[in-house]
Design a protein around this ligand. Sequence first.
Ligand SMILES: NC(=O)c1ccc[n+]([C@@H]2O[C@H](COP(=O)([O-])OP(=O)(O)OC[C@H]3O[C@@H](n4cnc5c(N)ncnc54)[C@H](O)[C@@H]3O)[C@@H](O)[C@H]2O)c1
Ligand SMILES: N/C(=C\C=C\C=O)C(=O)O
Length: 487
Amino acid sequence: MSRPALLPLYINGRFEEEGARFDNISPVDGRLLSQAVEADAAQVARAVQAASDALQGPWGRYSAPERAALLHKVADGIQARFDDFVAAEVADTGRPLHLARTLDLPRAIANFRTFADLAVAQIDDCCETPQADGGLLFNYTVRKPLGVVAVIAPWNLPLLLLTWKLGPALAMGNTVVCKPSEETPSSAALLAEVMDKAGIPAGVFNLVHGFGPGSAGEFLTRAPQISAVSFTGESRTGSAIMKAVADGVKDISFELGGKNAAVVFADADFDTAVAGVARSSFFNTGQVCLCTERVYVERPIFDRFVAALKARAEALKPGYPDEDGVDLGPLVSRQHRDKVLSYFALAREEGAVVVTGGETPRFGDARDQGAYVRPTIWTGLPDHARCVREEIFGPVCHIAPFDDEEEVLRRVNDSPYGLACALWTQRLDRAHRLARRVQVGIVWVNAWYARDLRTPFGGSKLSGLGREGGRHSLDFYSDISNVCVKL
Ligand SMILES: NC(=O)c1ccc[n+]([C@@H]2O[C@H](COP(=O)([O-])OP(=O)(O)OC[C@H]3O[C@@H](n4cnc5c(N)ncnc54)[C@H](O)[C@@H]3O)[C@@H](O)[C@H]2O)c1
Ligand SMILES: N/C(=C\C=C\C=O)C(=O)O
């Protein structure tokens, strides 16, 4: 049997294959796709040291336009290997080909280009301060790189979320050590090849594969030379990373979990709202932090809406990534599927009415060795049910009726999370009024997951710390100081 492909580390401008290996398994049919090198503590330490040294090398003397030109070259390199990256992302996640082609890849390219250009266009503050003695103070802002940034990404949008951090971190002159999720190492390995070919100076970009606790993730967050951690993942992981960096008082930017609500008023455009909630609940098989898992529908249209969403869910086609018309891929792993299935069982115990789904599809072929579940809709649960309060991160939502704005606002805000909310109504006065009172970082009105990379992105409460996007990213990835000159 031929040896599986090996995904190496990339440290100080060199690909490294030495070290323990872990399997990369297809969520479509359970077969072995490849193996990745698990970086040990010494390899992570060398990667961090290389990143630290690179700050003092040529990279430290690059201007913003020179860094931007290199990042555009990286974007060009991704574009040139578009199909290779699509294949890598689809292999690791099992998502439909069209999703990788229309979301993951275009966003990865945009993440580099957008922040390269924003960094060049960035201007900073200055001001004059008249003094009582008739003198004048001139204050101006100086923006320097933070230093070595640890970038830790999740498995749900592997390349999109890795490059969402990499783009601004590099554009602002930092060096990085990246650790993609152990579930989805392939596209990051390709990115290292593109970075290498683009001529990014040795040590500026480093890639280590591995797990979290007791593995590359923890070694990286505990490295003394890192200046900041940009992390996306579960809230409890964010808490663990906060503890790891607390003694060093490192900068952190966290995009964490969610239990997002959609609110559908009776005056909403019905078909648009049904389509929008179906998309926000089942997109990427429900594996997007912004996905809807709580739906509140104004009582006059509740029964009609439940029936319409049920029909939408049952019309979704699970299948192979390259199948015509496929809408739903598998969950990212059998382990994650077992977690989602445990909530399917819990919902029944908590007394849910299962409107549709709640089980795994039977294909009668290799896909039965994959991690598929059916899109699932529940009603009838109380707001305090675990299935209505805990993040499930699968193609599932609970629908409840409501009678007025104040009631639904209270229920939407009654959550330990605060990431996103979608409001469906044609009364824009009501939409603006509610948008200001919903305790989340991102509100969509008659839309969902429509993105402008210049806008602030992030969550409140357990959903995150800080905001990235636009100038928020430039600020996070900069060490800003003020210079005051007496004239
Ligand atoms: N807010 C957002 O924008 C956003 C976006 C995507 C995913 N998420 C969240 O991510 C979760 C799903 O992703 P996941 O399962 O990969 O999350 P996870 O927290 O299990 O892992 C995320 C990454 O952190 C690493 N990691 C785990 N423990 C670590 C530790 N102690 N120290 C350092 N690194 C560690 C993992 O190896 C992985 O690379 C969901 O909760 C989802 O809501 C949030
Ligand atoms: N950070 C972003 C997406 C997060 C998706 C969560 O799963 C983005 O679109 O920039």
